[in-house]
Design a protein around this ligand. Structure first.
Ligand SMILES: Cc1cc2nc3c(=O)[nH]c(=O)nc-3n(C[C@H](O)[C@H](O)[C@H](O)COP(=O)(O)OP(=O)(O)OC[C@H]3O[C@@H](n4cnc5c(N)ncnc54)[C@H](O)[C@@H]3O)c2cc1C
Length: 496
């Protein structure tokens, strides 16, 4: 193992032209491990590095607190198989890892990175159990992707609950947190080894050199609509529901030192989005995919069913994108909507219940309440008779219990009597599923497939876990689980 003094000397020698005093004025700080980004991945990486015995762990974050991260904005759904919470809620899933793994591959169109999925599947339940032990109440819930209840909702229905718990542990363990500190550049020895990062703190440059290297946990890039237009062309022009923190700077810094990326043109998109403002292109997610579990149907702008209503929302969004459609409708009866309200604490991510109830009455954004199917057809601007025939045909399938067109499983309730609720949506993007390529030790690899020494990444900045489609609950759980693992691996003997 390199001794601390040896490390400083050799690092300063190796910095070479890339850290010349004129280019990089500022002070130098030395630590054992530098983690960039205080979301789920970064906070958990810092915790496991301290648990593994590293002394000086620095966690930097560009915002004034960890509550601006995508993690904090999220709905808090997390997927795992074999958790204590499942046992407590009577979900028998103690032998489910292989099936869980296959379900993830199936949803990702079998394109997923095998070793990332394996690392995630193996370590997700212990990660969620850790959170349960810290007092987070997790409740197993249905998700189209899984045969069993492998998605878990958290007690407050928001990822800020995890941030709260993780951050208090970070403080308790003595991680040094530097807020309002932005990483500008990854520092290398001029070849294939990372030494640290150049950061800006209080308008001053600090070069942080880290013995065990750097873990990049800077999240995705869906907060930058120009970047969506450029890099995710099938959703060009779509509104974003992302956090303001997700601008892709980490990805750019890694690429600048030769890191390799994959799956960049794919996104976690939601079919049933609510556009808020054309200028800023901000939008929100309506959990219409969850409402469909209670019987509501998905229609295209011609008033026709066009796909299986009970499937992952990203798949529906991708189908709309493929058909060059930007508008989608959903129709629910009063009973179906009440069941959704009773069973799901969240309707629109970011709105509380009262705001949604208000929208049901006012219809300012995306909901119209009507008394008849004729009125629905008029609102959708489709001919009345064919529309009613379409709904009658669907009612026939509900009566027979079989969807002969698209094979949906949840056939619940007839569209006979008003009031009916019509939801008008548009696909929204807010999560990126493409990003850096890492190996089985979560080391970032370069364009030749070789690991970049002392450079690790976890969370949304990494691509491959999801393949080409996104399952709600895997991004956040992936960031928590693989962030935790990256902290552990990076704490092992340096230069291994
Ligand atoms: C509204 C919404 C709802 C979602 N709901 C779910 C859900 O229910 N389930 C699910 O699985 N996923 C969900 N997601 C996705 C999920 O939240 C993220 O994929 C996951 O939290 C990413 O975690 P992370 O730690 O990789 O990144 P983040 O949580 O994005 O954290 C990255 C941090 O890095 C910081 N950073 C970036 N660049 C720099 C820099 N240059 N220097 C210093 N700091 C920097 C950022 O400010 C940020 O705090 C949702 C996302 C959104 C936006």
């Amino acid at each position: 193992m390199l001794k601390r003094r040896q490390f400083i000397c050799s690092s300063l020698l190796l910095l070479g032209p890339s850290l010349h005093a004129q280019d990089n004025p500022g002070t130098t700080e030395l630590c054992d491990l530098l983690i960039i980004g205080a979301g789920a991945a970064g906070l958990f990486a810092a915790i496991s590095a301290k648990e593994a015995g590293l002394k000086r762990v620095i966690l930097i974050e560009k915002f004034p607190s960890p509550f601006f991260s995508s993690t904090a904005y999220s709905a808090g759904s997390v997927n795992a198989s074999g958790t204590i919470s499942q046992i407590q809620h009577g979900v028998i899933d103690t032998e489910g890892l292989r099936e869980f793994e296959m379900e993830i591959f199936r949803e990702g169109n079998f394109k997923n990175d095998k070793h990332l999925v394996a690392n995630y599947v193996k370590n997700a339940s212990s990660t969620l159990d850790w959170l349960s032990e810290k007092g987070v109440e997790l409740t197993p819930a249905e998700n189209f992707a899984f045969r069993l209840k492998r998605m878990h909702g958290c007690d407050r229905g928001t990822g800020s609950r995890y941030v709260e718990v993780l951050f208090s542990e970070v403080v308790r363990l003595g991680v040094e947190t530097w807020f309002q500190t932005k990483a500008q550049k990854i520092l290398t020895d001029g070849s294939n080894s990372v030494l640290g990062a150049k950061v800006t703190r209080n308008h001053k440059t600090v070069n942080i050199l880290a013995k065990n290297g750097v873990i990049l946990c800077t999240g995705g890039f869906a907060g930058d609509v120009n970047r969506i237009d450029k890099d995710i062309p099938s959703f060009a022009g779509a509104p974003t529901f992302s956090s303001p923190s997700s601008l892709g700077e980490g990805l750019d810094m890694a690429c600048a030192i030769g890191a390799s990326t994959h799956f960049i043109p794919y996104a976690g998109a939601y079919a049933y989005g609510v556009p808020l403002d054309d200028e800023t292109r901000r939008g929100l997610i309506f959990r219409g995919h969850v409402m469909n579990l209670f019987g509501s149907i998905t229609l295209n702008r011609l008033g026709k069913r066009f796909t299986n209503d009970d499937q992952n929302s990203t798949k529906v969004a991708q189908l709309l994108a493929r058909n060059k459609e930007k508008t989608v409708f959903q129709l629910a009866t009063h009973t179906q909507l009440q069941e959704f309200l009773k069973n799901d604490p969240i309707q629109v991510i970011g709105w509380d219940r009262s705001k949604f109830l208000q929208e049901m009455e006012d219809g300012n954004y995306f909901i119209s309440k009507t008394n008849s199917l004729e009125e629905v057809a008029t609102l959708m601007k489709v001919p009345v008779i064919p529309f009613i025939e379409e709904i009658e045909r669907y009612n026939g399938m509900v009566r027979s219990g079989k969807d002969t067109d698209f094979g949906r499983k949840h056939l619940k309730g007839l569209f006979n009597e008003g009031p009916f609720y019509l939801f008008k949506g548009t696909p929204v993007v807010g999560i990126t599923i493409g990003g850096l390529k890492v190996n089985e030790r979560l080391q970032v690899v370069n364009e030749y497939g070789d690991p970049i020494k002392n450079f690790f990444a976890a969370g949304e900045v990494v691509g491959g876990l999801h393949g080409t489609s996104y399952i709600g609950g895997t991004s956040l759980a992936g960031a928590l689980t693989l962030g935790r693992l990256a902290g552990k691996i990076a704490s092992e003997k340096p230069n291994s």
